[in-house]
Design a protein around this ligand. Structure first.
Ligand code: HEM
Ligand code: HEM
Length: 186
């Protein structure tokens, strides 16, 4: 397939993409690996701090994306809108997971005050009277599964680009190089 028409993602977007990926893997490792029962109380401050860090990275990324164009491509019609939809859903789900996590976060009386990695104070969400924290936590966890499903779709799409379409999209996001050097968007 001729890929000379494709520009690559800017360096900053690529770095932020992989930092988001690494932070989400760490967050899921903590949440699924260490939380549950009494351990939840010990791990929640770190979970909250990492979640808010992910929020900052995603906001920075969205701000950057407002100025950096996505690479121009000439994909068949169903592919382009569906990749836009999946990417938008990934952003929306990460934001929804963080917001519902923040709303569900009600430290127990004996827990230390909410602080970002033990330093900056974090304001607690105003409690939504009709929705108990337990329910918000269930919604939060449901959204995590929706996010994981969307990440699964995204992975399948990335592998399809690499193996079937062979259009350099994956190597562009991984290494920043593919047969598309001429019209880089920086
Ligand atoms: C993208 C970021 C986040 C991800 C992927 C994530 C993921 C998860 C997961 C998988 C669980 C279930 C853990 C278990 O099996 O017990 C959980 C629980 C929870 N998370 Fe998050 N979370 C994120 C951000 C946040 C943030 C920012 C907060 C708070 C400010 C938060 C607060 C909570 C609370 C309160 C629970 C329920 C703990 C419990 O009582 O069982 N999360 N989260
Ligand atoms: C938690 C995991 C991940 C999330 C949340 C995520 C999110 C995203 C988002 C939102 C975009 C669109 C970029 C933008 O418009 O700013 C993107 C692009 C991309 N991602 Fe991921 N990603 C994840 C993991 C991965 C992995 C593991 C791979 C490789 C196997 C990958 C490969 C790509 C590629 C190739 C693109 C460019 C796609 C294109 O231009 O159509 N991503 N990713």
């Amino acid at each position: 397939m001729d890929t000379s028409h494709v520009a690559r993602w800017s360096f900053g977007i690529r770095v932020l993409h992989w930092v988001t990926f690494a932070a989400l893997v760490a967050q899921l490792g903590i949440a699924f690996g260490r939380m549950g029962g009494m351990a939840t109380m010990r791990c929640l401050p770190l979970h909250m701090s990492l979640g808010l860090t992910i929020l900052c990275i995603v906001l920075l990324r969205l701000g950057w994306r407002a100025f950096a164009q996505a690479p121009r491509r000439q994909e068949a019609l169903p592919l382009q809108p569906s990749s836009v939809l999946v990417h938008a859903s990934l952003y929306a789900l990460i934001l929804a997971v963080v917001i519902t996590g923040w709303m569900a976060y009600r430290p127990m009386p004996m827990m230390p005050a909410a602080r970002l990695f033990g330093s900056l104070p974090v304001p607690l969400a105003p409690s939504v009277a009709e929705i108990p924290a337990r329910e918000l936590s269930i919604i939060h966890q449901g959204l995590v599964w929706a996010l994981l499903a969307m990440v699964g779709l995204h992975l399948i799409a990335a592998l399809m680009h690499a193996t079937i379409l062979r259009d350099g999209i994956l190597s562009g996001m991984l290494f920043g190089r593919s047969k598309m050097q001429n019209n880089q968007v920086d």
